[in-house]
Design a protein around this ligand. Structure first.
Ligand SMILES: [Mg+2]
Length: 245
């Protein structure tokens, strides 16, 4: 797990008088504790869990036929450049030993219910994004635990025990940063306290890591200046303002 803004577990001690007046304050006046929990390579990990012969091998969940698309790729497959939404023929070309497995959505849905039941032990404020990831607001949680980091670690441990699968977690004071944080140390991200704050991470994070800013496989949906993949979100901040018009 990776955590942004080391002080986001701190008690809300700031009095009204101390709250910043500026409308563009870097932090909200009332600091919330948001988790983003994301299962690691979810469909592929479920398949590897249930079929030991697939473990340690490059696996793609999806159809292998000409028009097939990869729905999920194991980490072993990702090393070859295989990723979800990639045409299966492209995936096979990148990784000739790739093993295709048919999706079993009933199983994925059952696991999803298991992890949501674990979330519900901590908070009723859950925003699922898909079967395998969700935002949780644990500012006021059902167990009265002050540390959001502790909650995230408990949830990750329970998911592992209950499902045999790993999840990554991000902790921050808003959804955007929590999502960036969960991605930062995948898979099975260990607890990390970043010495810098969220603003610093935003500056350095690659544009394609930002939700809804990802490129399609051929880069069509991505601004040309980001296509090298090395461009960071903060790179634009260093450009003269005219360049952004
Ligand atoms: Mg996931």
């Amino acid at each position: 797990m990776f955590m942004l803004a080391p002080d986001c577990d701190r008690d809300e001690r700031r009095s009204k008088a101390e709250e910043p007046n500026s409308a563009v304050s870097a932090e909200p006046a009332r600091q919330r504790k948001i988790l983003h929990i994301d299962m690691d390579a979810f469909y592929a990990s479920v398949e590897q869990r249930d079929a030991p012969e697939l473990r340690g091998k490059p696996v793609a969940v999806g159809g292998s036929r000409e028009r097939g698309v990869v729905a999920a790729a194991s980490y072993e497959a990702r090393k070859f450049g295989v990723h979800s939404a990639m045409p299966s023929v492209t995936a096979k070309r990148k990784c000739p030993d790739l093993i295709f497995v048919k999706p079993r959505f009933d199983v994925y849905k059952a696991v999803s219910l298991q992890i949501r039941a674990i979330f519900a032990q901590y908070t009723p404020v859950i925003e699922p994004l898909s079967l395998d990831e969700a935002y949780l607001d644990v500012t006021e949680n059902l167990k009265g635990i002050a540390s959001a980091t502790q909650i995230a670690e408990e949830i990750r441990a329970k998911i592992r025990t209950k499902t045999g699968l790993t999840a990554s977690a991000g902790v921050s004071y808003n959804k955007f940063l929590a999502k960036l944080a969960s991605d930062y140390r995948k898979p099975d991200g260990p607890l990390r306290h970043h010495p810098e704050n969220g603003t610093r991470l935003c500056r350095d994070v690659a544009c394609r890591k930002i939700p809804r800013c990802r490129a399609s496989d051929n880069g069509e949906n991505e601004p040309a200046r980001n296509r090298d993949g090395a461009r960071s979100a903060g790179a634009d901040l260093a450009l003269p303002s005219r360049a952004l018009r």
